[in-house]
Design a protein around this ligand. Sequence first.
Ligand code: PEP
Ligand code: MG
Length: 534
Amino acid sequence: MEKILVERTASRGIAVSPVYYYQEPDLTPDSRMICQGQAAGEEEIFRNAREKVIEELQVLAEKSEIFAAHQEIAGDFTLEEGILTKIRTEGKNAQAALQETIDEIAAIFAAMDDAYMKERAADVRDVGKRLMAGMKGIELPDLGNLDKEVIVAARDLYPSDTVKMDVSYVKGILTEEGGITSHVSIMAKSMNIPTLVGVKDILSKVQGGMMVCMDAEKGEIVLDPDEEVKKEYKARKENYEKERQILVQLRNETPVTKSGKRVFLCANVGSLEDIRQALPMNIDGIGLFRSEFLYMENDHFPTEEEQFEVYREAAKLCPMELTIRTLDIGGDKELSYFPFEKEENPFLGWRAIRISLEKREMFKEQLRAILRASAFGKVRIMFPMIISLSELKEAKALVEECKAELRREGKAFDENIETGMMMETPASVLLAEEFAKEADFFSIGTNDLTQYLLAVDRGNKKISDKYDFMHPAVLKAIRHIIAAGHSKNRKVGMCGEMAGNLKAVPALLEMGLDEFSMSAGSIDYVRKLVLAAE
Ligand code: PEP
Ligand code: MG
């Protein structure tokens, strides 16, 4: 018997089952140098594999939108160009060229600090795996063929593995890699499978068939448990499931505190798929639509029309409040098609609204797209990283300019659309009263606010113990923002991770926060806390 403690819960829940050891096929490229005359044949190998993979993904795309994105990656110009260049000019065969190109593209994503974008490296690798399997003529293993209840232990699971998983047999998942915003985490959450990721060396500690107890609530795993422990975990599981049922029933309750304050519970999303996953939680709206993902997933700046289609679909899916944050690029988030100059301190550099106000034509395309989508729902515009009133006024003036253009063109939009701002810089805290006169709403971005107030890099593991949104300085800043917003009757929300943190929620309720926006998986739990609060 061995007990392991894990920090990263990807999806809550408890399981007691034997292990299914997920053996990955050997997809090591058979690397060979080729001569000029062989290049056309190697290109053919790549094109055939790609064609087959795009067809496979077409079928899977009907089950999950993730595979539509994978289809785009498979057909992507950057990928093709990288592979063909390596075959034609570097004398690499198709398998070596594929592996190197996938590594290069995945490395760009993996180097980003933003957790969500970092995890997109896994999508690129997943597509790479498929293409390699296609080139090698290997069938990928299928988690759809299980015939008894198991806990799957794997190095990592990709969307193509999880999509086929039968939830009646997969009772839990343990992976060595993967973060809490990886697809395995997102899928596991939507399927309600208890999942722990980042479980170091788990594959060297278990064998297929070994009994395992896992509590993804507490981050505990027991390998080869004795009868006593098994009994204890089964009891925990029963309790957990009862509590889950209560939570699901509570979804019908309007989130109001005992003293009668109506609190709004919203979701943070980065795609239409995220919105679909959040809707069953009976959300009040989307408190943060991170529009940068649309830019990062493309190989060009998305046009007004391309953006409009996505925002309109989002507004139709979520006719309640839909808060679209304008491009928050720079810092850690880069674009493959737009070179950023190297900066000493990218988080203090050319990012977010600073870029938008400089690249006005690009900014106006986004604003026009959002405005046009506002004809289909209750859309709000939110500006990131604001430090001065002049920035906010300039951004609002551009909104007005776009409105005037649309009026002239006879294109519909919501004349009363609200424009608000992220409160995530120390300057925005100190000037909160002034900002409250100009902004229709505030949303506190504690992820950045904490790093800027405490001078602690949000992505630096070495000092992660100092990154604390419960630090008195951060709490004081939040209290100040809420009071300033309320003094002008502005709704004050929060879309940083803190809003979904169960230890922080009671304090935020006591401070009078109006709206909590978080990842969908936390909403049920926060609702329960709201209903229990005074
Ligand atoms: C924040 O800073 O709290 C926030 C929500 O924005 P992001 O994490 O995208 O920087
Ligand atoms: Mg931020």
